[in-house]
Design a protein around this ligand. Structure first.
Ligand code: FMN
Length: 351
């Protein structure tokens, strides 16, 4: 467990420091004799259950403790908050806009857009195989485009386990802002896919992580604590101005492990969310009553799709493994870029 582990028993207010806390402390107040140039880091986040907040707190702890790094945390607040736990209809009603990257309105951010950050950290969840809507809304805001233009960005995904095509969308959103993606960290639920397809919806719809007889939903405590290694590596990288280079700062730290077996299911899901999303968006705006019957039909279709496509594609790929070896290795390499799954620097940052 890392030296920076944050007590999981903290109250939610302590886990979620004040919304939009300004640049943590002036560096002079931290150490008036420090001559090192101060690096400024922006972290933009949103979390419903607090899971992603806990993860980012682990990552931020080493940066906050460094007297030559200033951290600004911007918390996204949708004008019409998404409920947690979700109601059945509200949950599925979020898929058309998620799939089509249609942003909800956000409360004003605590930044003007002319601030200059050396590094931007962008944690996000996956919603329906796309970045969560509040994060999409941030990236589509003209203010984000001013803040991120030309800046190095580290993305950090925490989701069930299907994130590959969401990251493709994220890459496009970042490119539209003129940002440079230098690293990607991925944390996923450690349970088998078929188990998480029960435990995650149960968690999201009831707020309870434990479905009777199955492992808890969400990212395990050890992986959350281990996120501190990325904060330590970013701190060291910033001190060497590594953020100005093109090479990843988080290589060799097991930042990202892609499972190419999920690619086909993600492709089928993305296509279905896109096509049905188009139909639902034509039927009405988010939460419009005329969407409900269509949503009901779609949910039946989706459950059938999940029960057939996911196990079938996993089974077929297991049978065809020798034939698909090269293709699978190429997919793995492509989606693990830029940070990679290597572990050669783990010893430097694990306690
Ligand atoms: C509307 C919605 C859709 C989701 N879709 C996906 C998904 O497509 N793939 C995935 O791996 N996780 C999915 N998740 C799980 C989230 O990525 C995330 O793990 C969970 O919501 C907890 O995040 P939190 O920090 O906001 O509480 C979804 C969650 C929600 C609320």
């Amino acid at each position: 467990m890392s030296a920076y582990y944050i007590d999981e028993n903290l109250s939610i207010d302590e886990k979620n420091p004040p919304v939009n806390s300004s640049l943590s402390q002036p560096s002079a107040a931290k150490d008036s004799t420090a001559p090192r140039p101060v690096k400024r880091v922006l972290l933009v986040r949103y979390s419903q259950s607090g899971q992603l907040t806990r993860i980012t707190e682990q990552l931020l702890a080493p940066l906050r403790q460094a007297d030559d790094i200033e951290v600004h945390v911007e918390t996204l607040r949708p004008r019409q908050p998404y409920p947690f736990p979700w109601t059945f209809f509200r949950f599925f009603d979020a898929f058309p806009e998620s799939a089509h990257l249609v942003p909800p309105a956000l409360e004003p951010l605590g930044l003007r857009g002319d601030e200059n950050f050396d590094l931007v950290i962008l944690p996000y969840q996956v919603w329906f195989l796309a970045p969560a809507l509040p994060v999409t809304a941030f990236l589509k805001d003209p203010l984000a485009q001013r803040l991120l233009h030309g800046k190095p960005v580290v993305t950090l995904i925490a989701c069930r386990n299907m994130w590959m095509l969401a990251q493709e969308k994220m890459k496009q959103l970042l490119a539209d802002c003129g940002a440079r993606l230098i690293d990607n960290v991925v944390l996923t639920d450690p349970s088998p896919t078929l188990v998480t397809l029960i435990t995650t919806p149960y968690w999201l719809l009831t707020g309870r992580r434990h479905f009777p007889g199955l492992p808890a939903a969400g990212i395990d405590a050890q992986s959350i604590a281990g996120t501190a290694r990325f904060g330590l590596a970013l701190r060291d990288g910033l001190r060497q101005h590594a953020e100005r280079q093109t090479a990843p700062m988080l290589h060799g730290l097991q930042a990202c492990r892609a499972d190419p077996r999920l690619y086909l299911s993600e492709r089928a899901g993305t296509r279905s969310f896109y096509l049905w999303g188009k139909l639902l968006r034509a039927a009405g705006a988010p939460q419009a009553p005329q969407r409900k019957p269509l949503l009901l039909v779609y949910v039946v279709f989706l459950i059938a799709l999940i029960l057939s496509v996911v196990p079938l594609s996993l089974l077929l790929q297991a049978l065809l493994r020798p034939l698909l070896k090269i293709q699978s290795a190429q997919l793995k390499q492509r989606f693990e870029m830029p940070s990679g799954a290597g572990d050669e620097r783990m010893g430097m940052y694990e306690h």
